[in-house]
Design a protein around this ligand. Structure first.
Ligand code: F6R
Length: 605
């Protein structure tokens, strides 16, 4: 999604802005631009395409110490040079970068009148023209204009007449201030700030900030001052490095033994054979009072939620459903006092997940977050939660965060199970299972060569099926999602039991079927589904923790994960499917880290 970087301070702004844009690239974008106050004038360069196109348009470096930059992911208007941000008013006094959507753009254009010549098709350009019609203080002018806007924004504005100052504002789209030494930054995402500072302030909706090299102030839309505390982030910059790996996605896959360990660290309570999750803000009495759980998320976070639902329901015997956050909030959901709601999100900024969270809270429901991004909006607004501690995830396709979501759910299932009927003996065995998880993920990573061979063999397939049952189904869904999003091979996931109710019609010798076979009670039934596929000449790739010889007989390839307990075997199988998608994408020459049409952190509806 769109990204913002803003800089004012002792350094020349241009390299800082370009570096910031580079770090925002991972969010997905189709045009870029920068505006810098240089020799008392605003200089703007913008370009459709990737950052190198913008760089090639800058013949001589732009001087100046204050500027803004943007990566745009087209919503209103095609990705063209004109539609790229920043946008300026006719006199080029103000330059604006904007993330979000202005819903009343037509009404605002009517207010501006017919004399304005618009240079783009974007909604954002009106902000610059509206500012040009305001007299007075810079921040007050921005506040007055924002008061007229219906919609969402994260934005940054520079003013030729206040050459050291930047005004940023937030309503529904993140803005973070970075406090440096003799310099101040602002960005839509920590990744753009991490090289310059670890002292950050998250703006809340309805707040604006005026930043100058040595100072900043945050005000609300009613002009009252907001007191904000900076938070210190640890070891951020290293996490944005590819560490010598060919892709961020690969790094994030192979880092998983460590990142899963980070999710578990300090959370196993061996004395009481349970999990220690201090951030839930739920007493033991609250825990036993929970009658139902609804898990909400989007995309891979939703599939992680489905896996979590299965873990919690089977262990704690609480009815749990997982639903797409956007659908949930629009169907006027019934919120119950004895239900627990859980929002799952890597970024903590996904618009639909945040909106669902607010809808539940508005109706009096208690919401936990399972979130990766520290200090993100969802993390700040939930009533309690579990941080994944997986470190920043840069590649658009989620891998390590997804695995940490499942790991966090396993911890929660253990806690809820032990607050009910799970015995200390079973609790201890789950603790041992969780302790073994990082090592078992390392063992799965040793299957890489075999997985790459399978990927290479089937890379030219037009379509693939992923099937599984109960615990295996959410893993199949995520496996299909990963394959389609990064390799562009069409993939569908089905409950294995549903195959003969329709999709079997599509199975031919050209359709690889990836079958998820945890070593559980349903194993014989899933093996029967393999037989059905085999009978239609469909190639079967088995991902299993079972040593059944029948599987070897029926499958073209068997990818065997280490034997482990019921909570973690789906996690291990998920890692196999990540590597399968990765190697399929690489062998097809895809842009693995920035797949087409996709964006990281979807901050619009
Ligand atoms: C897929 C993927 C997306 C995200 C989804 C939710 O690989 O990354 O489907 O899972 O957009 O994002 P978060 O977890 O940030 O809320």
């Amino acid at each position: 999604m769109c990204g913002i970087i803003a800089y004012t301070g002792k350094q020349t702004a241009m390299p800082v802005l370009l570096d910031g844009l580079k770090r925002l690239e991972y969010r997905g974008y189709d045009s870029t631009g920068i505006s810098i106050i240089s020799r008392k004038r605003i200089k703007t360069v913008k370009a459709a395409g990737k950052l190198n196109v913008l760089e090639s348009k800058i013949d001589t470096p732009i001087t100046g110490h204050c500027g803004i930059g943007h990566t745009r992911w087209a919503t209103h208007g095609a990705p063209t040079d004109e539609n790229a941000h920043p946008h300026v008013d006719s006199a080029k006094r103000f330059a604006v970068v904007h993330n979000g959507i202005i819903e009343n753009v037509d009404a605002l254009k009517a207010i501006l009148g017919d004399d304005i010549t618009y240079t783009s098709e974007t909604d954002s350009e009106v902000i610059a023209h509206l500012l040009a019609q305001h007299e007075g203080d810079f921040i007050d002018a921005v506040r007055d204009v924002l008061a007229q806007i219906i919609g969402t924004y994260g934005l940054a504005v520079i003013d030729q007449q206040n050459p050291d100052q930047i005004v940023v504002a937030r309503n529904g789209s993140p803005v973070i201030l970075g406090i440096g030494d003799g310099e101040m930054l602002a960005a839509s995402d920590m990744s753009a700030l991490s090289r310059y500072t670890n002292q950050v302030i998250h703006l809340d909706d309805g707040e604006l900030a005026l930043i100058e090299p040595e100072s900043f102030k945050v005000v609300r839309m009613d002009a009252t001052l907001a007191h904000k505390e900076a938070i210190t982030l640890s070891n951020q910059a290293a996490n944005y490095d590819r560490g010598g790996h060919p892709h961020y996605l690969y790094k994030e896959i192979v880092d998983q033994p460590e990142t899963a360990q980070q999710t578990i660290n300090g959370r196993l309570d061996e004395r009481f054979s349970t999990a220690r999750l201090g951030g839930l803000n739920l007493s033991a009495r609250d825990l036993i009072g929970i009658k139902r759980i609804t898990i909400l998320g989007c995309g891979s976070a939703l599939y992680a939620g489905m896996a979590g639902a299965s873990m919690i329901e089977s262990l704690a015997r609480i009815p749990v459903v997982a639903e797409p956050a956007a659908e949930f909030r629009y169907r006027n959901p019934v919120i119950e006092q004895d239900s627990l709601y859980i929002v799952v999100s890597q970024s903590g900024e996904t618009f639909d997940s945040l909106a669902a969270l607010r809808e539940v809270q508005r109706k009096g429901g208690f919401v936990l977050g399972i979130v990766n991004s520290v200090g993100s909006t969802i993390a700040r607004e939930v009533d309690g939660g579990i941080y994944m501690h997986a470190g920043p995830e840069v590649s658009v396709a989620s891998t390590k965060a997804y695995t940490s979501m499942l790991t966090a759910f396993a911890l929660l299932a253990l806690l809820l199970g032990r607050s009910r009927d799970v015995s200390p003996q079973l609790g201890t065995s789950i603790i041992n299972e969780l302790k073994a998880l990082p090592e078992n993920i390392s063992k799965v990573l040793t299957l890489e060569t075999d997985i790459a061979k399978v990927a290479d063999r089937y890379k030219n397939s037009h379509s693939a099926f992923f099937i599984g049952r109960t615990n295996g189904l959410p893993i199949a869904l995520e496996g299909a999602q990963k394959l389609k999003e990064i390799s562009y091979i069409h993939a569908e996931a089905y409950p294995a039991s549903e195959l003969k109710h329709g999709p079997l019609a599509l199975v031919t010798e050209e359709t690889p079927c990836i079958v998820i076979l945890p070593d559980d009670d349903l194993l014989p039934k899933t093996i029967s589904s393999m037989e059905e596929i085999k009978a239609r000449s469909g190639p079967v790739i088995a991902v299993t923790s079972s040593d059944s010889k029948r599987i070897d007989k029926l499958a073209e390839a068997v990818l065997r994960v280490p034997a482990s307990g019921p909570l973690t075997q789906p996690i291990l199988m998920g890692v196999v499917l990540q590597l399968l998608a990765y190697h399929s994408a690489v062998s097809l020459g895809r842009d693995v880290d920035q797949p087409r049409n996709l964006a990281k952190s979807v901050t619009v509806e």
